[in-house]
Design a protein around this ligand. Structure first.
Ligand code: GDP
Length: 452
């Protein structure tokens, strides 16, 4: 399912980020448990009264200088108007009625999507009616006085938002994939690492049969290809083709596109540039793949240039592939279970091996483990790394381990009391499953469940 997008727009300091965090609430705290990082997300799936949507904060588009305020708000509106199904304009309710944001608002309300106005920072319910009326006079219909700090008024506003949401459109391609069993592959990475070159190089191979290219139908944004008898759906390849359009996208939406492509995939080609240093942008794409529990293959691209000693910034002293491998492992420790290939979008080197790895990862994600093997594994874990009693907690007891899902693989550890089990023990079971039971190139999840 593709979720409808609700975008928050508004001038700096109106409190968009606070409102965003308040709405997604606890979701945010659990979104990133990879390598101890906390990321400031600007988009998150969320929901209200059973209706799901993606909330997007456009704060990343803000300009610092006050003189650029109008331009920056316009930019947000433009982007939001293209992407979102509902727009929430956030304004500071403590500012005088003639401040610039009201003027911006006047232009804004002509948007084709439903527009909801959140008059923010109204922590105490005084004079709300008069204030609301002054906004209603501007021609807006849905006006909500809210406080992002206390949460006051937000429930009413969300009630309204979900009432105007379009019913979530079915993602045809996803459904089709489930029917045909093709493997969803997203090619992701920061700009200019060579994603388009890799995709186009794959298509050049004579063994590749393309059955559906972007542009053949209006809705086709994916490419179905058959390679050596296996069907793959490369996700959002329109984005890989229309390069100019894609580069014009502001950051928050290009990272949002990446996030969406990852979500629709089974396995990702995570592309990095061998001739450049690894940056935090590379790391956050990789973390997104792992936190969404997708299979991952690292493609270290432009290896032709690297081998020829043409590094933009020397990552490692000499062009040795061994050193490059170590450099990559060092920067992506949380991808320890993922294969790394040196490839070239220009010469095609390494790409058929990378495609073969997709099949292997797909098989490992779909495998059903023998319950006896899980029993043995758990017994060994308990012996080698027995869960220790935590302060002020009950004596930990771990009863059994069972697989509950495939693709992505999920397991449950049955225990006496979940807070009594150290995270370190749970993690060690997770790692042991990957290492000992042939889960290759994919994260897996082990969840603690209390025995009743
Ligand atoms: P994208 O933004 O990730 O899709 O990157 P592109 O595929 O557009 O590639 C960015 C630039 O790197 C282009 O100028 C490509 O020609 C170049 N490039 C991509 N892959 C390779 C490669 O493997 N070797 C060499 N020499 N150049 C490459």
């Amino acid at each position: 399912m593709s979720l409808p997008i609700v975008a928050l727009v508004g001038p700096p300091n109106a409190g968009k980020s606070t409102l965003f965090n308040k709405i997604i609430g606890e979701m945010k705290a659990v979104t990133s448990d990879v390598a101890g990082t906390t990321r400031d997300r600007q988009y998150a799936p969320t929901g209200w009264n059973g209706a799901a949507f993606e909330l997007v904060d456009t704060a990343g588009l803000e300009a610092d200088a006050a003189s650029e305020l109008e331009a920056s708000v316009h930019k947000q509106i433009e982007v939001a108007a293209k992407e979102a199904q509902v727009i929430v304009m956030v304004v500071d309710g403590k500012l005088p009625p003639d401040s610039l944001d009201r003027q911006v608002l006047l232009k804004f309300r002509k948007s084709k999507q439903p527009v909801v106005l959140a008059i923010n920072k109204l922590d105490s319910p005084k004079n709300l009616e008069a204030l609301t009326a002054s906004f209603l006079k501007l021609g807006l219909k849905a006006v909500f006085p809210v406080s992002s700090v206390t949460g006051r008024g937000i429930g009413d506003m969300l009630d309204h938002i979900v009432s105007v949401l379009p019913t979530a459109e079915q993602e045809e391609t996803r459904d089709k994939r489930q029917e045909t069993g093709s493997i969803g592959v997203a090619i992701v990475g920061k700009p200019n690492v060579g994603k388009s070159s890799i995709f186009n190089q794959i298509l050049k191979d004579e063994r590749v049969v393309v059955s559906n290219v972007p542009g053949t139908t209006r809705t086709a944004i994916d490419s179905d290809v058959t390679i050596n008898g296996t069907d793959y759906t490369f996700i959002d390849t329109a984005g890989l083709k229309k390069k100019a359009a894609r580069q014009a996208q502001p950051d928050v939406f290009s990272s949002y596109q990446t996030y969406k492509s990852i979500r629709r995939s089974d396995v990702c080609f995570f592309v990095v540039d061998a001739t450049e240093e690894v940056t935090s942008q590379d790391q956050s794409v990789a973390q997104e793949i792992i936190s969404q529990e997708k299979g991952c293959i690292v493609l270290v691209n432009k290896i032709d240039l690297y081998d020829a000693g043409q590094q933009k910034k020397k990552t490692v002293a000499e062009p040795s592939r061994e050193k490059l491998q170590a450099y990559i492992s060092h920067h992506f420790p949380f991808l320890w279970m993922c294969p790394v290939f040196f490839v070239s979008g220009k010469t095609g080197e390494g790409l058929s091996e990378a495609i073969a790895a997709i099949n292997k990862i797909d098989a490992s994600r779909k495998q059903i483990v023998n319950p006896e093997a899980l029993k043995d594994l758990l017994a060994r874990r308990k012996k080698q790394n027995p869960p220790k009693r935590l302060m002020d907690q009950k004596e930990p007891k771990v009863y059994s381990l069972a697989q509950v899902e495939t693709n992505p693989p999920k397991f449950e550890l049955l225990v006496n009391h979940t807070p009594a089990i150290q995270e370190n023990f749970r993690k060690s079971v997770e790692n042991a499953i990957i290492k000992e039971l042939n889960f290759w190139g994919t994260p897996i999840k082990v969840r603690l469940v209390k025995k009743v």
